[in-house]
Design a binder for this molecule. Structure first.
Ligand code: DGJ
Length: 563
């Protein structure tokens, strides 16, 4: 054997050894990864992987004071009714650490046990230093010791009802408690009932644009950290330029955001080092179209204008999420668009639970959302104490339940198709009406299209409302203006549809445009254990005037062909 071939053989052997090692390691990594919930990114799309496959959270958040064992009897019947697969429950710092360094996980354990009994996953909300911008969930031993756990100062030196992000002992205590929580979950939740953890709740401050305490002021005047400059693509005019010099009118806001995000980033990172579940921070959002300046909104949270600051200051936070209580549909949709970014998975952890907003569940899915969760969905009274006497579902519960009961059997299929970019949705009010060609309008006045979805090979012309064979009916109930449709491309000329209060008419696009076409088959049914099970074939009046979805959502699988 020549020296050269010996060297070659050795190189090969080393390569093979490396390959085996790499394969071995990647197997171990895979094994670890697939057992933990995790966020996976593919190109510009995201999925929450649960048990190794994409998952869609059909969520509901309980009222703030409902995650106590005594209240759970008014939680579970609501969750069962709603067909949720994931419940968002707070963990109260004041309950979990009643005495400094003494942790009580009894309530968390009850949540885990009962969630498993009800076959749902949990998202745990760490009500720690911040809850809606205040320190109200801090344990008493902290509240009674403001010298160590101070609030912010306003510009005129007043105590603000908001914890200071510069309070080192608060940060240390929060980290210690959060690490204890994550360590407990690591041991107590090997089944991964908990999918995701929210770190703090709507952090920031309402009463003052920033902390003006002496400690804060010192940092405000100090040079802006290089990471913050880089994140905002700014250069300091001089070597020791402070926040005002760099950011001018935005300085107070950006400064506050940076240090709130840094605080929360440190809490999240410490918790993840113990148990690396995906983590998110939620924002009390500013007006997405005409925000006030100077801000009248809560400053500090992940608002749309400060994404780069949050991403740089808190890299352990996987998702920046909007709490959407916006009643104007245009603003609601704008918020979905703003938080659906290539560097951020869309997740709506809180939203309005009323029927009129239930269609936005579809709008969120159409923007790749990994989950959606109306707020306050239990049978306790929302703003008073005590349990509601009659467990009567309100119209908001009915609407959410209708959404979720259709999606529950096919959650995995929808999540996978969405991750593959195969899903489009449309909801009433999403776009300006796009009237069709004049001659078709004249031929059939009810043929007005509200929205066209361009699919592979086909256009889906969608009209919202209530329909008889030929005609759109005058809207008599508000729910009828609540149209929604989801279309998934299953294969060539094959689609899955579901929706409410809409009609869909297909026509070929691209090279087949203008050709005669028909349904080859239209099946109404549902997924069972991963396979679509038809219960009837739709034909005649059920397809000749378009596919019509009314008050009760159906799931329809269609094959189309052109002649
Ligand atoms: C947003 C908060 O994040 C929730 O905890 C709750 O307070 C709702 N607002 C409103 O009730």
């Amino acid at each position: 054997m020549s020296l050269e071939s010996l060297r070659f053989d050795r190189r090969c052997a080393r390569c093979v050894a490396c390959l085996i090692l790499l394969l071995g390691i990647s197997k171990i990594v895979d094994a670890q990864d697939s057992s933990l919930p995790r966020i996976v990114q593919k190109n510009d799309r995201y999925a929450l992987f649960v048990d190794g496959a994409p998952y869609l959270m059909l969520g509901a958040q309980v009222n703030n004071s409902s995650a106590w064992p005594a209240m759970l009897p008014s939680v579970w019947p609501a969750m069962d009714y709603l067909h949720v697969n994931t419940v968002e429950m707070p963990v109260y710092w004041e309950q979990m650490e009643p005495r400094q360094g003494h942790f009580d996980f009894g309530v968390v354990d009850t949540l885990l046990t009962q969630a498993r009994e009800h076959h749902v996953h949990l998202v745990l909300l760490w009500f720690g230093t911040w809850k809606n911008g205040s320190n109200h969930y801090m344990p008493q031993w902290m509240k009674l010791d403001p010298a160590h756990y101070p609030n912010e100062f306003s510009a005129d030196g007043k105590d603000v009802d908001s914890p200071s992000p510069f309070a080192e002992q608060t940060l240390a205590a929060d980290i210690k408690a959060f690490v204890a929580l994550m360590g407990h979950l690591k041991d107590a939740d090997t089944r991964h009932t908990v999918l995701l953890v929210q770190v703090e709740n709507e952090a920031g401050s309402w009463q003052s644009v920033r902390d003006f305490s002496p400690a804060a002021q010192k940092m405000f005047d100090a040079p802006v950290p290089a990471e913050a400059l880089a994140a905002m693509q700014k250069q300091a005019p001089t070597g020791n330029a402070g926040w005002k010099d760099v950011f001018g009118d935005d300085a107070d806001e950006f400064f506050q955001v940076w240090y709130v995000a840094r605080f929360i980033g440190q809490v999240a990172a410490a918790g993840k080092a113990v148990y690396p579940l995906p983590m998110y921070a939620n924002a009390s959002v500013r007006d997405p179209i005409s925000p006030t300046h100077p801000p009248k909104y809560e400053v500090g949270g992940p608002n749309d204008n400060v994404f780069p600051l949050w991403k740089a200051a808190a890299p352990a936070i996987d998702i920046l999420s909007p709490d959407i209580y916006e009643r104007d549909p245009v603003r609601y949709l704008k918020l979905l668009d703003l938080y659906h970014r290539t560097d951020n998975p869309l997740f709506v952890p809180e939203t309005i639970g009323q029927a009129a907003y239930s269609r936005f569940f579809y709008a969120a899915i159409g923007r790749g959302a990994i989950g959606f969760s109306p707020f306050g969905m239990d049978y306790s009274r929302s703003f008073t104490s005590g349990v509601q006497e009659a467990l009567t579902p309100t119209e908001g519960f009915v609407a959410t339940s209708l959404n979720y009961q259709v999606f529950a059997p096919m959650v995995r299929e929808i999540a996978r198709l969405n991750f593959e970019g195969k899903i489009q949705t449309a909801v009433a009010g999403e776009e300006e009406r796009a009237p069709r060609a004049a001659e078709r309008q004249a031929a059939d006045s009810s043929d007005e299209t509200d929205r066209v979805l361009h699919l592979d090979g086909w256009d889906a012309n969608i009209s919202f409302g209530t329909f008889s064979r030929f005609h759109r009916q005058p809207t008599t109930m508000p729910s009828e203006s609540n149209g929604r449709i989801l279309i998934a491309q299953l294969g060539e000329n094959q689609f899955l549809l579901t929706g409410m209060y809409s009609r869909v008419k297909f026509e070929p696009n691209g090279p087949a445009s203008g050709k005669a076409w028909q349904y080859l088959r239209a099946e109404e049914g549902q997924y069972e254990n991963g396979a679509f099970q038809p219960r009837r074939i739709l034909n005649g009046d059920q397809t000749d005037y378009g596919l019509i979805f009314a008050a009760n959502p159906a799931v329809v699988k269609i094959s189309l062909y052109t002649r």
